[in-house]
Write a protein that binds this ligand. Structure first.
Ligand code: FUB
Length: 341
């Protein structure tokens, strides 16, 4: 009996040895794989989101960034909407409103869904001001991804296309001042000329205003895409000049001491225009946001304008000098990665 079990043990020895060898090999392989670390992404590269999109607006909410943009060429039946927690990896989402179908009125033309501006108001809700059919519509939602609805009970446009027939009633942008007062800026020109910028203070509900309070506050060299930025008590009205289909498109700014101006064109304006090598072509219709005390300009640039207009989203740092002038943006192909704030 003893002899037999000894024999079996002898037979088992090489097997044990083989298993041991395999275990050691496996551990070494695992260690090797652990040593091959994933490359650490340290930059947000342009284009920020693959694909053809324009006129970006961005909100931050509960650890995520939400981007809303025009689908190129010339808008779609809906907006392009994206969600990200690091501004590098994006997931496309779909929201129920605005659609071309839901935002069509007796005063609309055939233009598609364009140029959103989304903002979170004092009441915590989100409001969207968006151009559809060359008029401005207002929507509201509890969450950046909806459900959204036309905030006007009669489902009519917020700014009708025929309000000022000599100008283009598009490109709305909301701004909430430090005292809590909200304003809406909007306006462009027709046939690429004579762009005008209008402002109206919004009522506390964010979805109504007094028509008698509308003012034309057009700053120097304005065409469209207003964006208001307030810093150290100065109001920086930023906007685009030129034709958004070619290299003449650029970002300018003027400063004033109230949301209404009066405006003086800023030093260094235009601050962002077509670069010498044209990698940045016709940049414009931007938004500005601040993360960890750094301002960023988030805009579109032309990728292709041969047969049709295809634009893509780009980001660069936006900086000021000691006198408060905005410095010219020299496109860097992106920015260093930032952490959510
Ligand atoms: O995307 C359509 C139009 O192009 C926008 O309304 C303009 O600002 C220009 O970017």
């Amino acid at each position: 009996m003893l002899k037999i079990s000894k024999k079996i043990n002898l037979l088992k020895k090489p097997l044990y040895f083989l298993i041991l060898l395999l275990l050691v090999f496996n551990c070494k392989q695992k260690k090797k794989l652990e040593d091959i670390k994933e490359p650490v992404t340290t930059r947000i590269e342009n284009p920020v989101i693959p694909g053809y999109f324009a006129d970006p607006s961005m909100v931050k909410y509960e650890g995520k960034y939400y981007v809303y943009a025009t689908i190129d060429p010339w808008g779609g039946d809906e907006l392009a909407v994206f969600e990200s927690s690091d501004f590098i990896n994006w997931e496309q989402k779909h929201i129920n409103w605005p659609t071309k179908e839901a935002c069509t009125s007796l005063t609309s033309n055939g233009s598609m869904v364009w140029a959103p501006s989304v903002i979170q108001a004092k009441n915590g809700k989100f409001y969207m001001y968006v151009s559809v059919g060359s008029e401005i519509w207002v929507g509201e939602s509890e969450n950046p991804l909806g459900p959204w609805k036309n905030a006007k009970e009669d489902h009519s446009p917020f700014i009708k296309g025929d309000m000022f027939p000599e100008y283009h009633m598009i490109d709305a942008e909301a701004f909430i001042d430090e005292d809590g007062q909200a304003y809406l800026y909007w306006g462009s020109g027709l046939n690429w000329e004579n762009g005008h910028c209008f402002i109206v203070p919004l009522n506390d509900d964010m979805v109504s205003f007094n028509e008698n309070e509308i003012q034309d506050i057009t700053p120097p060299h304005y065409f469209e895409a207003p964006f208001m930025l307030k810093k150290n008590g100065t109001y920086y009205l930023m906007y685009s000049e030129g034709k958004c289909t070619d290299s003449t498109y650029m970002v300018r700014y003027s400063t004033g001491n109230s949301p209404y101006g009066p405006w003086q064109e800023g030093a260094n304006s235009p601050i962002l225009s077509t670069s010498k090598n044209s990698t940045t072509l016709g940049p414009g219709h931007h938004t500005v946001f601040n993360v960890n005390n750094q301002n960023y300009i988030f805009y579109h640039r032309i990728k292709d304008n041969n047969d049709t207009l295809l634009r893509e989203l780009a980001i660069d740092s936006l900086n000021f000098n000691a006198a408060g002038d905005i410095l010219k943006v020299i496109p860097q192909g992106g920015v260093s990665k930032f952490t959510y704030e």
